[in-house]
Design a protein around this ligand. Sequence first.
Ligand SMILES: [Zn+2]
Length: 99
Amino acid sequence: MERWFHCTCGYALVLEEGGSVTCPHCGKRHGAPERRLLSVTEVAERLGVNPITVHRWCERGLVPEATREQHGRRHSWRIPEDSVAHIRRPRPGRRRKRA
Ligand SMILES: [Zn+2]
């Protein structure tokens, strides 16, 4: 069974089940067919928090394997789906000290 997915560089790749593939575009190696990359907004929706909060967690290195993406002068983050459960949230619960 084959599976299409996108490399962190945006290149579309086919990965055979249980196999691995190297991206011809950026050279990154992939071996996890289930791994999807989520945007900050998608992660925020899943966790029920503000996207700005998720962005800040990425900046602080609290999100495992988050990948920085540059868009001109701005940047955003790509977060592997399976990293969402492992985010080291600084404050569990809803309380926010600084907005
Ligand atoms: Zn790539």
